[in-house]
Each structure stands twice: as C-alpha cells, then as structure tokens.
Design a protein around this ligand. Structure first.
Ligand code: APR
Ligand code: PHB
Length: 395
C-alpha cells in the first residue's frame, strides 16, 4: 500500500486530519487499531472552542453540530456555597463555546470519510514507524483477522502519529532528541452519564472542601457529571446513591439550587495528568493530539489542541505542495508547542484552582479560596479565564 500521508489513529486528530487533507486534494490512509463502534462510543470531553467549531464547519463537517450542538455563552464557578457566572461574549468580544460530544464529532467525521474520503481501516494496528528520517517513511501494521498475524506495510511521503497517549508513533523519535515533561495529580475524576436533563443550562465548575465537582451535559436530556476522587479509585466501589449524595453536597448553594437525579448509565474513572513530548516532529514523522500532549480535563482543551495540531500540519503540507517550500513543515513543532504550552498552563491552573489536594494545609485552602474570590471580583482576572477557555488563536 502506498499513500501521501499515512495517519495512525482514528480519534478526533486522525479523522479531522484525513478530512482536511481530502479537502486540500491530498490523499491519505488512516489506520485504526480498534473497531468503529469502539471509536464512536469512547466517552471524552465535549467542549468545542470557537476556533474548533469554525474549522469543522469549513471542513464541511459542521452540519449536525450546528443542529444538535449547544452553544454556551458562559460557565458557572461555584465555591463557598455561592455561584458566579463568567460571561464569555461580554469578556472576549463575542466568543462562546459549543457543547457537542467528542463521540459525535468522531461519528460525523467517520461517516464523511467513508463516504467521500480515502481508506479508513479499522482493526489495523500500527506496529512501528520506520525510516522517519528518510524521504520514504513506512508504517508496519497488522490487520485483524489475517491468518498468522501477517503484516502489511504502508509506504508514505509523510506519517502523522495521531495514535493517542499510548501510541507507537512517538517511539520512532530517537530518545536522545526527546524531552518529556510530565506531572501527575494525586486524584482522578469519577465520571457518570445519567438519563436526566442537566440541572443547569451551563457547565458548573465547583470547588468544595470535599473536592471538585463538574456538571456538564451531552444533550438536553442527558447529563454528564464528575467528582474528584482519590487517585486509583475503582468506579465500581461507588454506588449510584453515594454518587448522587456526594454530587449534591459539592454543588450545594446558599440559594437552594437543586440537583436532579436520574438513572446512571455509565461510570468510569479518568486519571489526571499533564504530559508534553518535545519535539513533535522528527524528519517526516509528525505527532498530533494526545500522541504528543495530554492535559487534565479541567480546561476541556484536549480535543481543541488536537484540532490545532492537525490544522497546522494540513496547512503546512498544502503550502509545501503549492509553493515547494517546506518552511511551515519545518516549524510545525514550534508552532504547535507554543499553543500546547498555553493550554497546559491553563489546564494546570484550572485544575489547581478547583481541586482539593489530599495534603492541602489550611493555609493553602485559604489561598485557593482567595484566588477564586480574586477571579470573580476582578474583570481582568475573569477576562483572562474567559479568553483561555474560549480558545487560543489557530493562526
Ligand atoms: N495503531 C492504530 N491505531 C492506534 C494505535 C496503533 N498502534 N494506537 C492507538 N491507536 C488509536 C486509538 O485506538 C485511538 O482511536 O489512535 C486513536 C487515538 O485517539 P485519541 O486517543 O482520541 O487521541 P486524539 O485523536 O489525539 O484525541 C484528541 O480528543 O478524544 C479527545 O480528549 C481527547 O485529548 C483527546 C483529544
Ligand atoms: C465533559 O462534558 O465531559 C467535560 C466538560 C468540560 C470539562 C471536562 C469535561 O472541562
């Protein structure tokens, strides 16, 4: 098999990249180790920045998002039993975000790719990227169901590793050229889906002495809620009633706000970490999305960062095809990393501002509350949050 761009991974990064390349008249092949149903059902965050919304629309993938996505003009911060709304358009000159689940973005992109785009192979596991430093890199892969685990090779001009945090692509970057920056947090998120209309029409980020809680949604009739839990918690150890009781405690306000309960249809725990792999390119191998960087979910930046990376790559390659200049490909890693570190900083700060560290001292608790008080009483501080939340420029 031969193609211009070999894409490893059919998460949001790989799928959108295939779409952008297709629109630019550049062919690609996507290799995905899992099956279609798995990719379409994997629960992740669901907040799209304005820039991401614009990219999806321009790529012809925004039709259902515009119909079913929920435009949000703000979020609520909750602490000390009080509520404070952050008004995005007023603070950012008109920007907002769209709540549209990652599962739906993937479904839309898969349907388009299968209808109009190049090959998208499910059950095709990349084993290694070879020849990254040459003009003809290759991906060795194995297709499910092939007798004896027979291997195939995809010959490419470029390879983009969109294979997520446990992928194989980044192993092809020599260790001596690599720097990894990492932080783990001593807590995780217990996330649930529940068949109940969201109790608030915007996302609620709550800081409580017992830990952080987040109210989000998947649709007008499905709620998505999270609780901060100790690192390593097994979701099965929390009963439904315990989850609702704990959510109720953490969201409680002095003005009598009520949390509606409903049947819980899914429960899982997400660990929290920050991770950046530098550089994001070696020769003709490029990393995009979670393959290169992880953010804790508090800032809802994961998918948006992946979009920024693949837009940067698609533009750079189109520029190369049009002008013969590889300048934009050469600066890919620096261009992406500037945005990545801004999102890393924001996600880290949102996490630190809202979570209760298990070893927090009373002094640190007071400082944390003072930080929140400052945020909601200073337009400048609030504007800083609103700008970062609604998104960094894709230019
Ligand atoms: N061969 C083929 N596919 C692979 C391999 C491999 N060796 N290893 C991993 N994959 C696939 C995974 O099965 C997955 O479908 O790569 C895909 C990676 O997708 P994501 O983990 O969703 O990563 P990415 O596309 O970068 O997502 C960006 O969007 O999903 C949100 O919040 C999430 O931050 C993430 C962001
Ligand atoms: C979600 O809806 O899953 C979600 C929303 C906002 C976040 C994280 C997750 O910050």
């Amino acid at each position: 098999m031969r193609t211009t761009v070999g894409i490893i991974g059919a998460g949001p990064a790989g799928l959108l990249l295939a779409r952008l390349l297709h629109r630019a008249g550049i062919d690609s092949v996507v290799l995905e180790s899992r099956d279609r149903a798995y990719v379409e059902q994997r629960q992740r965050a669901g907040v799209l920045e304005q820039g991401t919304v614009d990219v999806l629309r321009a790529a012809g993938a925004g039709e259902r998002m515009d119909r079913e996505g929920l435009r949000h003009d703000g979020i609520e911060l909750r602490f000390a039993r009080r509520r404070h709304r952050v008004d995005f358009p007023a603070l950012t000159g008109g920007r907002s975000v769209m709540v549209y689940a990652q599962t739906e973005v993937c479904k839309d992109l898969i349907a388009l790719q299968l209808k109009e785009g190049g090959p998208l192979l499910f059950g095709a596991e990349a084993l290694a990227v070879e020849g990254a430093g040459t003009d003809s890199p290759r991906v060795r892969f194995r297709r499910e169901g092939r007798a004896g685990g027979e291997e195939d090779v995809l010959e490419c001009e470029y390879v983009v590793g969109c294979d997520g945090s446990w992928g194989v692509a980044r192993r092809a970057i020599p260790e001596e050229l690599t720097r990894v920056f990492e932080r783990t947090y001593p807590f995780g998120w217990l996330g649930i889906l529940a068949d109940v209309p969201p109790s608030h029409d915007e996302l609620v980020y709550a800081r409580h002495d017992r830990g952080f809680a987040l109210l989000s949604m998947r649709s007008p009739v499905v709620s998505r809620l999270y609780l901060q839990v100790p690192e390593g918690t097994d979701a099965g150890t929390w009963s439904d009633v315990e989850i609702w009781d704990e959510l109720e405690r953490r969201f409680e306000t002095a003005d009598g706000w009520r949390l509606e309960r409903g049947p819980i249809t899914s429960k899982s725990v997400t660990p929290m970490r920050s991770h950046v792999h530098e550089p994001m390119r070696h020769g003709r191998l490029f990393l995009a999305g979670d393959a290169a960087h992880i953010v804790p979910p508090t800032g809802a930046k994961g998918l948006n960062l992946a979009v920024g990376d693949v837009v940067t790559f698609a533009r750079a390659l189109a520029h190369r095809k049009r002008t013969g200049s590889g300048d934009l490909l050469d600066s890919y890693s620096e261009t992406c990393l500037r945005r990545v570190w801004q999102a890393e900083r924001f996600s880290y700060e949102m996490t630190t501002m809202l979570h209760r560290s298990p070893d927090a001292t009373p002094f640190e608790d007071r400082i944390q509350l003072a930080g929140l008080e400052r945020l909601v009483s200073s337009r400048a501080a609030e504007q800083d949050l609103a700008e970062a939340y609604t998104g960094f420029s894709l230019e």
